[in-house]
Write a protein that binds this ligand. Sequence first.
Ligand code: ADP
Ligand code: MG
Length: 474
Amino acid sequence: MNKTAELVWLNCLSFIEDNIKPQAYKTWFEPIKPVKLSGEALTIQVPSKFFYEWLEEHYIKLLRVALVRELGEHAKLIYDVRMENTYSSNSPQTVKIPSSNRNPLKPQRVTLPLESKRELKNPFIIPGLQKVKIESQLNPNYNFDNFIEGDSNRLARSASIAVANKPGGTSFNPLLIYGGVGLGKTHLAHAIGVDIKDKYSDKTVLYISSEKFTQQFIDSVKSNTRNDFIHFYQMIDVLIIDDVQFLSGKAGTQDVFFHIFNHLHQNGKQVILTSDKAPVDMQDIEQRLLSRFKWGLSAELQSPDYETRISILQNKLFRDGVEMPEEIVEYIAKNVKSNVRELEGVVISMIAQASFNRKEFTLELARQIVDKFVKNTKKEVSIDYIQKVVSKYFDMDVATLQSKTRKRHVVQARQLAMYFAKRMTKSSLASIGSQIGQRDHATVLHACKTVDNLTETDKQFRKYVDDLTKKLTF
Ligand code: ADP
Ligand code: MG
């Protein structure tokens, strides 16, 4: 093998490894072999056509950055694709495909720091006479066409389509899509935006996560540009805010969002929100904001039933151009029930495994992968559940754990419950405190510090933490 190709690729790899999750690196980059370097063109060998497509679709941006660092502006990437045995013996073993000669690929769902480049160019442009062009931050891969309908999502899906047809013109304003993790909230939220951009190209659509929204707000306060922040959001026609549960406990952000919301609503603009809970179950969200959430429609996404799971699987396989025996599809659908993300994860692992080990899809392979997935998936723990487990472990009831007593063993149990709630849930300190015996956030913070200290200094206490960790994670 050409020495320089190897060197160039090694350097690329170390850059890539720093920018993606270890599992993704292992799956998609370790199997690649550098073959040739001629001028600014590096040829890499990939195990299959699927593999090449996957790289192009998910990692092209990262690859490009890595290559440009090594070979300069004009770096080129050529894939040497090992063809599956569909070719007769006298046809070439490999085909060479230059990178990105497929449709122009926009950066997609890769979470790497580079993505920050896609953020709002300047979130604080003050509206002038003309409309300022705003990057919508939408992912075109999340659309209605590939959102499979089923009983579990019919209402949410229909409402979303209605909103997309007449943004701001239905009574579904705001439209709040809620449901557990991996059930399609983000997908549906993007789909509405994508469809609106399609139909009404002059409308300003913006998708943003509540975390990013919060961060921008905090930054604006720091830099004394709070008004610009508000103005910016007030000129959006269709505002999509994902995961509003993260606004809980953040009074300042809620306040500013309240004003933005009112302005948009009064002006017939559409607001779309997603959340992991129904409004009635949301904690630490101001009442006046909650009542606004309830103005429109709250539509739930539930776990897909068996038929829907089958359709989702078949659709995904079809889109990936992969054929899989029916009994295997059924096996997966029967065993992976909780959410769509896991279903997709199993399919991706199956394809990856089969693709570079050049294995057939077998029931045995499906069984191995499903086992790994279903077991590895951490269950979502709630603060209630943590309190139950901790109380039981110390032989007391939850009421005692929450009581005001200062008895040492009760205090310890309470502190452990707070500590685990902080570690295992996304709740804020204030929210944890209010759920564990009406304490304030300082008490929770103190509890976490105490547990940290005791774990280091006290053997018995260390055992409590270990035991409880086991109980809570399995
Ligand atoms: P959430 O935001 O609720 O956690 P996502 O929208 O991220 O869930 O969905 C998880 C994955 O499942 C995504 O890849 C999404 O495309 C897919 N998905 C969810 N629901 C459906 C559906 N009804 N049809 C097709 N794909 C779906
Ligand atoms: Mg989501």
